[in-house]
Design a binder for this molecule. Sequence first.
Ligand SMILES: NC(=O)c1ccc[n+]([C@@H]2O[C@H](COP(=O)([O-])OP(=O)(O)OC[C@H]3O[C@@H](n4cnc5c(N)ncnc54)[C@H](O)[C@@H]3O)[C@@H](O)[C@H]2O)c1
Ligand SMILES: [Zn+2]
Length: 350
Amino acid sequence: MKTVRVHASRTYDICIERGLLQTAGPQIAAVHAPCTCMLVSDETVWSLYGETVKESLSSAGFAVHTFIIKPGESSKSTQSLVLLWETLAENKITRSDLLIALGGGVVGDLTGFAAATFLRGIAYVQIPTTLLAMVDSSVGGKTAVDLAHGKNLAGAFCQPSLVLCDPDALNTLTPDIFADGMAEVIKYGFINHPALLQKLTEDYDIADIIALCVEDKRDIVEADERDNGCRQLLNLGHTLAHGIELHSGYTISHGSAVAIGMVLITKAAIHAGLCDKDTLATLLGLLAKFNLPTQTQFTCEQLCEAALEDKKRKGGSITLVIPTKTGTSELKKYPVDDLPAFVSGAWEIL
Ligand SMILES: NC(=O)c1ccc[n+]([C@@H]2O[C@H](COP(=O)([O-])OP(=O)(O)OC[C@H]3O[C@@H](n4cnc5c(N)ncnc54)[C@H](O)[C@@H]3O)[C@@H](O)[C@H]2O)c1
Ligand SMILES: [Zn+2]
């Protein structure tokens, strides 16, 4: 088993191994004494893996309650959160009990925020079942629900006690959802990991790729848990992706939007003389390999307007993640007034 230890405000392990869904009970019992737990999942994941995980937990001595949401972003809501809080209270969950998230980023973010807030904080475990959740959302302790005014507007930093990644769970993902996660994998490569990009061009084992990405995220989270500095590197492609998702009415998936956002910011960097053209060629090649899109019908004005409304903006400036060469990116602050001129450079590069 590959284990990545995270030293943040809580120290915990991320375990990556095929078959972990079957042994979740004993794995969790090794870090948290058997207790009453609330196993949170969505209907799709529950129908595939729910009973397996529940049985493993019961055999290891946990008393298991379940809370199942409808699949999709609309469940990452204040309504689901209140219902989950009430269900925890109804089942007399105490501070020595446990929440367990079995699912993608939606289940993980909702469960994490409930754990951060119920009884002022109880422990939780992440069992991510999408590639995005394994390489990104289950690591680092950002938890949230969406508000009518925007995604992730109410949340907390709250590290899990354990993360269990079973790469076999990825076998049941649709190609589109797998590709969404691949956009984030490619992102890690362009932030600071050329060897990961090289691996993606070869025959690879997805378990190795997950481990490399988790180590990258671990390093960033350990250096900047609260997202005031280098953690912002994880926003590569995301500033413009935000506008693409918004203007599409969220019909373009997050991973697809990030793929396009990375292409646009790389092109803008090339136009500004900050990046070489080989970087773009490598990026386009990898995105094509994983059937991710590279073009948008939205205008520079539309994307900049959305970027400036995003919560990542601070005062009169915005921090962008700029690729400078294949496998290297840097944070650069721009006055908000300069953003449209910089981003419009992307439309000048073919
Ligand atoms: N906390 C963080 O740091 C962080 C980072 C990135 C993204 N996020 C959040 O993550 C969410 C997106 O996560 P996601 O892409 O995992 O979406 P998701 O949780 O909605 O899962 C996508 C779909 O895949 C299905 N699914 C999950 N696992 C499956 C499996 N093994 N087999 C078949 N189907 C499966 C789900 O039912 C769902 O329909 C967003 O809300 C985003 O804001 C959080
Ligand atoms: Zn993302």
